[in-house]
Design a protein around this ligand. Structure first.
Ligand code: ADP
Length: 184
């Protein structure tokens, strides 16, 4: 059984939000937990395809997603929301609207991100081919009191995913499973 909650992954592009959310999604689905992934890149091609990257549009993006996440959460779904969501105020508004909410800060150093450059966007942003790129020429406001910080510079994907699942268990949103191997 599960209680509805939104796990909000915030962090710079390429930090690992989607990767971790997908792993958590697969693990929860396997355990029969109702789960839904809301991913920034997907949402920006569908529900929010009319929006750009000004502060106003970024806020609207998060507002729409929060609305959807709220509906799912109140029906007992574990919602995994993976959005850069650079503005603290927008994340706090999401927390207020959704209610049952855990903030996970997916953190990696800029050096690592530029080295990874999963989507080739840092190269373009550093060359000035993309403007308003978070972390390069647009702000990212770090969470002040996140429920969990994941440092993907130092952790494997599996460790990171496990820590999110452990958080859900600790907070009583999903039941502990004995089959899940202990990390200690
Ligand atoms: P985001 O969704 O934050 O833009 P992605 O998940 O698309 O980021 O990309 C993250 C990249 O970092 C992937 O290539 C992934 O393999 C790598 N990575 C390395 N370590 C980790 C980790 N602990 N957690 C998540 N991703 C990691």
């Amino acid at each position: 059984m599960a209680r509805g909650v939104t796990v909000w992954f915030t962090g710079l592009s390429g930090a690992g939000k989607t990767t971790i959310a997908r792993r958590v999604e697969a693990a929860l689905r396997e355990r029969g937990v109702p789960v839904e992934l809301l991913d920034g890149d997907v949402v920006r091609q569908s529900l929010c395809r009319d929006l750009g990257f000004s502060r106003e549009d970024r806020d609207r993006n998060i507002e729409r997603v929060s609305f959807v996440a709220k509906l799912l959460t109140r029906h007992g779904v574990v919602v995994l929301a993976a959005f850069i969501s650079p503005y603290r105020a927008a994340r706090e508004a999401a927390r207020r609207e959704i209610g049952s909410f855990l903030e996970v800060y997916v953190k990696a150093s800029l050096d690592t991100l530029v080295r990874r450059d999963v989507k080739g966007l840092y190269r373009k942003a550093l060359a000035g081919e993309i403007r308003n790129f978070t972390g390069i020429d647009d702000p990212y406001e770090e969470p002040e009191q996140p429920d969990l910080v994941i440092e993907t510079d130092h952790e494997t994907e599996e460790e990171s995913a496990r820590r999110v699942i452990a958080l859900l268990q600790e907070r009583g949103f999903i039941e502990p499973v004995r089959a899940w191997p202990r990390s200690t």
